[in-house]
Design a protein. Structure first.
Length: 405
């Protein structure tokens, strides 16, 4: 593991460094090139937007990021991950307006990550059947229904309505989730999409629904907000969506002309989540979040679900560089950015923005620390014990220890 617990040195003032310069993202202006990536906040009990969620994103904004991303806002009740997931609706609109106002008051922009969970949904918790490209077991252990043409059109309309509500709530950017086995991602995946109609088979067909949903979002928001997508470069599993097709799909997005940037990610929420995170696999901590009957089984098989991947700084960079060569769309680098030099290097190579997640959970003010020249590396040690806290309020478990010391 390459992370360290103490910053290695002094970076010098951030003045004059490209990573701290303003940049345009579609129709909006950002104060620098570092954004807070979407990470489940665990602060929407029963789908309610809470003071805790508002404070979480206000803190990120006060810490210096250009934009913070609210995750994960479902486009419909059946698109929730579980019953504690917030839905973009008239009911949540007033509190989401309060959240965006708080972020704007701290000088940052705010993005809404929107999507439909599909196979990742816990249908028992939601009280509604999960849907997917093809019939198969969902994350909730129930059989998901294969979407009909009418279902695809309905959900496309849900994306359009959700995006309109997000703009009314004051969001500056909409991020459409096209990764991690969520519904649109599963349509792209040859492993999960076994359809033999015009929505399955060759990539052009598997891409139809994702492109249609993205187009509907752009129609809804026009030039009132930026539009980005979070796209899997690789699912990290055999027979899944991989670079050859994700590069081709990026070309389709470019030809469509609807999106302002692509955030590049990877991994499978259903089969290989650690492909996204890398570093220590928090199996013991994750097992503790499960009901007692499931814990023994997880102890036996958890190593196959939470696999071991050594952490490397900017571990997605080799794949992401291929997109720089293949598309002219602005790109957002994600994945294990913990050092100022890494962010600077990404911008120098041509990435428009750098997205950070766990490093900002440990230090919400890390961008300001870098800009002041007080350090050039974050304190995150990539233990990943923050991952199981999504069920109780996502946080770095080491922050309390820091303060106690």
């Amino acid at each position: 593991m390459t992370g360290c617990g103490v910053a290695a040195g002094r970076a010098g003032s951030g003045v004059g460094r490209a990573v701290f310069e303003p940049v345009a993202l579609g129709p909006i202006a950002l104060r620098n090139r570092i954004i807070k990536a979407a990470t489940f906040e665990g602060r929407t009990p029963r789908g309610m937007v809470t003071d805790g969620l508002v404070d979480f994103h206000r803190q990120m904004a006060e810490g210096g990021v250009a934009m913070t991303t609210v995750a994960y806002l479902a486009v419909s009740p059946d698109g929730r991950t579980d019953r504690h997931c917030a839905v973009l609706s008239e009911a949540t609109l007033p509190d989401l307006e309060r959240l965006t106002a708080a972020v704007h008051g701290a000088g940052a922009a705010v993005s809404a990550q929107i999507g439909h969970a599909g196979l990742v949904a816990n249908s028992r918790s939601n009280g509604t059947a999960a849907v997917a490209p093809s019939r198969r077991l969902s994350a909730g252990g129930t059989l998901a229904r294969a979407l009909t043409d009418e279902g695809i059109e309905r959900i496309t309309g849900d994306y359009r309505r959700a995006a309109e509500i997000a703009v009314r709530a004051g969001f500056d950017c909409i991020e459409v989730h096209l990764g991690h086995d969520y519904l649109l991602s599963s349509f792209l995946s040859p492993r999960l999409n076994h359809r033999r109609d015009s929505w399955g088979g060759r990539l052009a067909n598997r891409a139809r629904f994702p492109l249609q949903a993205v187009g509907a979002v752009r129609e809804a928001v026009g030039d009132r907000a930026a539009l980005t997508v979070k796209l899997n470069m690789s699912d990290g599993i055999p027979s899944g969506f991989w670079l050859d097709e994700s590069l081709a799909f990026a070309g389709m997005l470019e030809s469509q002309g609807a999106v302002d940037a692509i955030e590049l990610t990877g991994g499978s929420s259903l089969s290989n989540p650690m492909y996204l995170f890398r570093g220590d696999a928090p199996r013991t901590e994750f097992a503790a979040t499960l009901p007692a009957p499931l814990r023994f089984g997880f102890k036996v098989s958890g190593g196959r679900f939470l696999r071991d991947y050594a952490f490397e700084e900017a571990y997605f960079l080799p794949y992401a560089r291929q997109f720089l060569r293949e598309t002219s769309l602005p790109l957002i680098l994600l994945g294990g950015v913990n050092r100022l030099a890494t962010a600077e290097g990404a911008v120098a190579e041509g990435f428009t923005l750098v997205a950070m997640g766990r490093a900002l959970l440990r230090q919400p003010d890390l961008v300001s620390i870098w800009a002041r020249g007080e350090a050039d590396e974050g304190l995150c040690v990539h233990c990943n014990k923050c991952i199981p806290t999504i069920y109780s309020g996502t946080r770095c478990v080491l922050v309390g220890a820091d303060q106690a010391g």
